[in-house]
Design a protein around this ligand. Sequence first.
Ligand code: ASP
Ligand code: MG
Length: 423
Amino acid sequence: MQIHVEKFGGASINSAKAIRNVVDILNAEPKKRVVVVSAMGKTTNALEKLVKARFEKRGVDTKTLNWLKDYHFGIIDELFGDSASMIKGYVCSIFDRIETQLLSDNGEAYDKFYDTVVSCGEELSSRIISAYLSYKSVEHKFLWAFDFIQTDDCFRQANVDWEQSEALINQYVAVALQNYDLVLTQGYIGGTDDGQTKTTLGREGSDYTAAILSYCLNAVDCTIWKDVEGLLNADPKRMATTTKLNAIPYQEAIELAYYGATIIHPKTIKPLENRSIPLYVKSFSNPQQSGSCICHCDDMSPLVPSYIFKDNQVLLSLLPRDFSFIAEQNISAIFAILAQHNVKVNLMQNSAISLSVCFDDCEVLKPLIKSLQVYYKVHYNRNLQLITVRHYSEQAISEVVSEPLIMVEQRSRVTAQFLVRTE
Ligand code: ASP
Ligand code: MG
């Protein structure tokens, strides 16, 4: 069986018009496919706000909840007109459940509660899209990802149990594909092995779901439909001119994601690489265009510099109080403290008696500094930007880096990184 996996993200299903376009894309090319959908538009952010308000003892954030309801019911009205009553019933019951959860206070931990509520975004979108497919007489099988993406209970960042998930995907999805050309399911969400508890795979995790399904079904290819023409060599919000990358080796894609390119969820590439499944990134507004392909190829084409910007960086410089050298013992002690605080280092540099590390600025900065100050003198700078240039040239660097603002600079054969002040 030749199976294709396709993921439609929030922007591709953010309005009635967008959802009609998805159906057009599916109808344009009949094939056996699993379609993975995210929550519509900015739904996940709104659900996050509801959870936060509830935990800050602000009760139900009715403004946000009403906005969410109006948004979904508005789309339903536009899609179904007079035939909306059944899907409205479903959607009402999901909103009732959300409201009951927000009003309850059974002492559940934040992250677990978050997953229960935030996973409703994908429930809503997939229910509405499934109803619309039926309304348009597109035969399909609707499946809950909770049933086959099995994870541990590390809420908000759940880890996939690959063995169990592969068996369940074969049991649910592969079997459904024997009878249907189209299976519709949700991205981003999963469940633990008790069959009750909902989990999520980390923000923007729908790409990852598509990759998991592709791997377990040994798909021919995996396509991610986006609001850009493909993978670009820089974020168009940051640079006036960008170049579309046509072909990207898996390894290069992993490197780009590692340095902070946000277009694809970083966990997505590995499962696809492991089974040599090409990943296409295509524009849902121009589905005929070729987009970009991440695959086993020798080199990136075209081979142009790529630029990645990471804002809100902090640089911490540590000097041992006893004036000892920065050697293996000090470095491993420092990294143990960083790991305790869950800090992921984006760049490091050391000299004889000092070590500097750069990471995303966050709430742990203060407690981290406190722990480090016991053994080290600590200096820090905030509001920095980390600029990474892959396949750099001097010309490429000069386009994005201004010499006097550089605080740390590092170059390898392929990658140049600059930590700069933002004045
Ligand atoms: N809806 C989720 C999010 O916004 C997952 C996704 O879109 O990939 O993070
Ligand atoms: Mg998304």
